[in-house]
Design a protein around this ligand. Structure first.
Ligand code: DP6
Length: 353
């Protein structure tokens, strides 16, 4: 035994989908039924910080999430770890002088600076940070696109957190998932004045996990097939174009109708899956009226698998958007007065000291 501990740390950002991923065509490889689009939020605001360590005296693989030890036995974690270990093993075979880290157990410590599993994309940032921290520890030089394929197997949305700016997860066609990966549609620099406000309506853990909810939809919803096969492919092209053209009006409209359709297929599932609550619906009504008064899309709402609202808007409109929220939302029950504003992430850092 050498007694030496090898460590690497990294942070990963949250991404919030504007064209939602909802449904798996292969649950083992985590392959989606439709492509999706998201915006990566700046790590100054929301992020996961992860440290991965390996040592020949560690007795087993271990994971601590926000200070609490979690099981590392889930098939998705196992899939990520074995892919990363196989890449490291290949590197060690080619470079016999490298320490045999692929044989050592791992200790992973991960910490979010925002509520976990409350529909705020914690699994996206979590798996992205885990994959990148281990890749750094193993000295792997795979591209973000390659790493996104590994992170995807941990949690689908995690693949999009491998890039900053505006990101697509292309569903791919291959049965082995080799072409199901994230790509950048536009950099943050290309459209830097986008901002997001995150309204934490409830920080409690969601009742139905995304994994369970989406498979209930796939198995039971009749609307779902139409969404996945007809609506999303067209919307994907329109939203990508709106991003490239910096057309906020179109981007915002598509974002809102897509969030509503995603919650509609949840309701069309049996048993129905509810993620939004009365406060979420109040926010929808408020933003719809606000946009109507201004005769343009000033802010676009979107809701993931939870009641919390994310609003996208352009920086110049921040005073009126935040003014509206301050005036109207704190009056409502269930609003715990916690919210964040976030800029769009530029590139995703490769590691931290
Ligand atoms: C509503 O990526 O959490 O946020 O792949 O089962 O881990 P798993 O699901 P996850 O689902 C995210 C669903 C969503 C939409 C989205 O982010 O595109």
């Amino acid at each position: 035994m050498t007694g030496k501990i090898y460590s690497a740390s990294t942070t990963a950002p949250v991404n919030i989908a504007t064209l939602k991923y909802w449904g798996k065509r292969d649950t083992k490889l985590n392959l989606p039924t439709n492509s999706s689009i998201s915006v990566t939020l700046s790590q100054d605001d929301l992020r996961t910080l992860t440290t991965a360590s390996a040592a020949d005296f560690f007795q087993s693989d271990k994971l601590w999430l926000d200070g609490k030890e979690e099981s590392l036995e889930g098939p998705r974690l196992v899939a990520c770890l074995s892919e990363l270990r196989a890449l490291r093993k290949a590197l060690e075979d080619a470079n016999p002088e490298f320490p045999p880290l692929s044989k050592y157990h791992l200790h992973i410590i991960s910490e979010n600076n925002f509520p976990t599993a409350a529909g705020l994309a914690s699994s996206a940032a979590g798996f992205a940070a885990l994959v990148r921290a281990i890749a750094n520890l193993y000295d792997l030089h795979q591209s973000p696109e390659d790493l996104s394929r590994i992170a995807r197997q941990g949690s689908g949305s995690a693949c999009r957190s491998m890039f900053g700016g505006y990101v697509a997860w292309e569903m791919g066609q291959e049965a082995d998932g080799s072409d199901s990966r994230a790509v950048q549609i536009a950099t943050q620099e290309a459209w830097p004045d986008m901002k997001a406000a995150i309204l934490v309506i409830s920080a409690s853990k969601k009742e139905t996990s995304s994994t369970l909810g989406m498979q209930t939809t796939v198995n039971t919803s009749t609307l779902f097939k139409y969404r996945a096969e007809v609506v999303v492919p067209q919307r994907f092209k329109e939203m990508s174009k709106a991003i490239v053209n910096k057309d906020f009006e179109t981007f915002g409209k598509l974002t809102m109708i897509d969030s509503n359709q995603f919650h509609a297929v949840c309701l069309d599932s049996s048993p129905p899956v509810f993620y939004m609550n009365d406060t979420s619906r109040l926010v929808i009504g408020l933003i719809e009226k606000f946009n109507k008064i201004h005769d343009r899309v000033v802010a676009a709402y979107t809701f993931d698998a939870g009641p919390n609202a994310v609003l996208y808007y352009l920086e110049r409109d921040e005073p009126i958007v935040l003014g509206l929220l301050k005036a109207a939302v704190p009056e409502v029950d269930g609003w715990d007065k916690k919210s964040y504003t976030a800029s769009i992430a530029p590139t995703v850092p490769e590691g931290v000291d």
